[in-house]
Design a binder for this molecule. Structure first.
Ligand SMILES: Cc1ncc(COP(=O)(O)O)c(C=O)c1O
Length: 407
């Protein structure tokens, strides 16, 4: 066993890894020049022993921090004493226990487990269409939002109104319509006899940390109730404690008919979940949908532990989120090129008047992992265990980087 890991990790250097990546991995990501090798809590260490403070959490995945000891212990025990995988042809105890926990927390009734955010959304779309068909609600058309992001499968790139993601992959599935986010009137106008569902991220992540207005989101819920349409919330990024509540919609005192989760759900293990109200969920029957890996033993045990850890981190998320936003706003007062600072909990964006790619690279050199989305929005998604001292260090470094900018 040790020999296998040796085989993987010995005789490696940064240069070889980067060359081999180029040779063997399909070229879909513009990677930053870092080879992470270890992680603990809010820190990552690269192959050269350099330490980084992680303010991106694997794009919103490592909410409980890297290599959480409790998660490791439970997974190890699970593998040593129980099972890794059996398939969904049989009953899976941790899957049922996880579903029980998730339904109680969300106020929804049933769950389908998959392996990623895109799959969770595919499931949501299929479920909405099936329920719509069975109940004569529209013709399967789903309205999604400008600047939204729902994944990279053919259907989810179609639900994502970004031409760059769609170009070259035509023909795309039909049945999607796009409207501007946070505009209830436009949404009302776009509803037609074809409409079956409306799909929204309560906080758009990839689109630049755009927060749904309170009245807007509540208005969308009312609209769906009035017109008998399904409301799907994609909380793949903003769910799982990220905003200081387990699910972002709790801030709005409303509930979706269908909810999708992934990213942080498994603490780093791939798992997606689509939750729905009983009546909607019942549109699926045996054979309607499936996944070989979905909800397997390891993924669901990981998610079960992760959920319980996240429940204890909500308060810290709220407190650190407020502190972080306040500190970033103080930078905004100092630098006129900072257009906006916005966020909820520890899902925070800082909009600049220029492309933020270079800032990300400079912060990386200084030992901080951050990200830029939508060209101009620096995105901060630290693990929910982050402390004031980490935030202070990041903001000081950002200040240093900004002070050298000539705009
Ligand atoms: C809101 C949202 N939905 C869906 C996805 C797709 O998730 P995955 O990459 O796990 O397929 C993402 C990924 O960034 C996301 O942010």
């Amino acid at each position: 066993m040790e020999n296998i890991l040796k085989e993987i990790y010995q005789n490696i250097g940064e240069k070889t890894i980067m060359e081999e990546d180029k040779r063997y991995i399909m070229n879909t990501y513009s990677r930053l020049p870092i080879v992470p090798i270890r992680g603990q809590g809010v820190y990552i260490e690269d192959i050269n022993g350099k330490k980084y403070l992680d303010f991106l959490s694997g794009i919103g995945v490592n909410n409980i921090g890297h290599c959480n000891p409790k998660l490791i212990e439970v997974i190890k025990e699970q593998m040593e004493n129980f099972l890794i995988h059996t398939s969904n042809l049989y009953y899976i105890i941790p899957q049922i226990k996880l579903a029980n926990k998730l339904t109680k927390l969300s106020g929804l009734d049933k769950v389908f487990f998959s392996n990623s955010g895109a799959e969770a959304n595919e499931t949501a779309i299929k479920l909405a269409r099936k329920y719509g068909k069975d109940n004569n609600i529209g013709q399967g058309e789903i309205i999604t939002m400008e600047n939204g992001f729902h994944g990279r499968t053919l259907t989810t790139i179609t639900a994502t109104p970004k031409v760059d993601y769609q170009r070259g992959f035509e023909p795309l599935p039909s049945g999607f319509k796009y409207v501007s986010f946070n505009d209830l009137n436009k949404l009302m106008e776009s509803i037609s006899p074809k409409t079956t569902a409306i799909m929204i991220e309560p906080i758009q992540g990839e689109g630049g940390i755009n927060i749904a207005d309170r009245n807007y989101l509540r208005g969308v819920r009312e609209l769906c109730d009035d017109r008998n349409l399904l409301l799907i919330f994609d909380e793949v990024q903003c769910g799982m404690g990220r905003t200081g509540k387990m699910f972002a919609y709790e801030h709005y005192n409303i509930k979706p008919d269908i909810l999708t989760l992934a990213k942080a759900l498994g603490g780093g293990f791939p798992i997606g979940a689509t939750l729905a109200k009983e009546e909607v969920a019942n549109a699926f029957g045996p054979g309607s949908h499936g996944s070989t890996f979905g909800g397997n033993h390891i993924a669901t045990v990981s998610a079960y532990v992760t959920l319980s850890i996240i429940e204890d981190l909500l308060k810290n998320t709220q407190e650190m989120g407020e502190y972080f936003i306040k500190k970033l706003k103080s930078l905004q007062r100092k630098y006129s090129f900072i257009r906006d600072v916005r966020g909820m909990g520890l899902m925070i964006g800082m909009e600049l008047s220029f492309n933020g790619g270079e800032i990300v690279k400079k912060m990386l050199e200084k030992g901080y992992l951050i990200n830029c989305t939508s060209n101009t929005v620096l995105r901060f998604l630290p693990p929910l265990i982050v402390e004031k001292k980490h935030i202070d260090a990041l903001v000081d470094s950002l200040d240093d980087v900004f002070s050298e900018i000539d705009v």
